[in-house]
Design a protein around this ligand. Structure first.
Ligand SMILES: [Mg+2]
Length: 263
């Protein structure tokens, strides 16, 4: 491989989870070997996910079942980063569009149904109802109520095909209120900064690898990281073809990452 075909001087790697490291209930082939290669070369890594349907403890267990060892501290979820952000802004009473188990990652912020300081949108899957969305809509008509979303992804790959993700519901609330939600998860700069800092890695020497063109690869590039897209999970060749911006590299899967970094 020529020098142009690989990434050099990398100090840290951020790995997306769904569609990159695992899919449904199994690890994507080559993940375990890739993580071992990173460790043997002394490259720190962490997992960054916009999953807002599972608390960190469940993510750790899911990784373990897929044969991947990880600690909660190695996993950056939007709710975990949002917790610090909300507390810093002193938004301690919030209306959450979020599944109740996720509130474990938001300790110190109270879930309320009346006069919230902020509406916080995450994943509710089948539990999204007209009433819940409408309640959020009414709170947001008061400009003093902050509008926060944990993710803005358009879709994710479910067991039976592509599924509507949080971004679609946020767009509905944005449309109805004329307001713009503040994003906490990928691809917000704050999210990437927190993850890079945890690895003591300079963003310019950090790689983000994921299956979401916008939130993972291009989002990371916009924050000064190197963006690598994988052709697994929700990857769609048509979307890449029409995109005006391109990732630094496109790999068949995470299994090709060691070749990009070390050979
Ligand atoms: Mg993904």
């Amino acid at each position: 491989m020529s020098g142009h075909d690989r990434l050099t001087d990398i100090q840290g790697v951020l790995l997306d989870l769904d569609g990159t490291v695992y899919e449904a209930d199994h690890a994507i082939s080559g993940t375990v070997e890739t993580l071992a290669a990173l460790r043997s070369h002394g490259i720190p890594y962490c997992f960054v996910t916009n999953t807002t349907s599972k608390p960190r403890s469940v993510v750790v267990e899911r990784l373990r079942q897929a044969g991947i060892a990880a600690t909660p501290e190695q996993i950056f979820t939007a709710p975990a980063v949002a917790r610090d952000w909300l507390r810093e802004k002193q938004f301690t009473r919030c209306y959450f569009l979020l599944r109740p188990p996720l509130l474990a990652d938001l300790e110190g912020v109270e879930a309320v149904d009346e006069t919230p300081q902020a509406v916080v949108v995450g994943d509710m899957g089948d539990d999204f109802t007209y009433n819940k969305l409408n309640r959020a809509f009414r709170f947001l008509l008061d400009e003093r109520c902050a509008f926060v979303t944990l993710a803005a992804n358009r879709c994710f790959k479910g067991g039976d095909g592509l599924c509507l993700d949080v971004g679609a519901f946020v767009a509905a609330l944005e449309f109805a209120t004329g307001r713009k939600a503040e994003l906490i998860g990928k691809p917000s700069p704050a999210f990437f900064e927190v993850a890079c800092a945890s690895l003591h890695a300079d963003p310019a020497h950090t790689v983000m690898i994921g299956d979401d063109l916008e939130s993972d690869a291009l989002g990371a590039q916009a924050c000064g990281l190197r963006g690598v897209l994988v052709r697994t999970g929700k990857f769609r060749a048509e979307q890449l073809a029409v995109s005006g911006k391109k990732p630094d590299f496109v790999l068949d899967s995470i299994a090709d990452l060691p070749r990009l970094l070390f050979q």
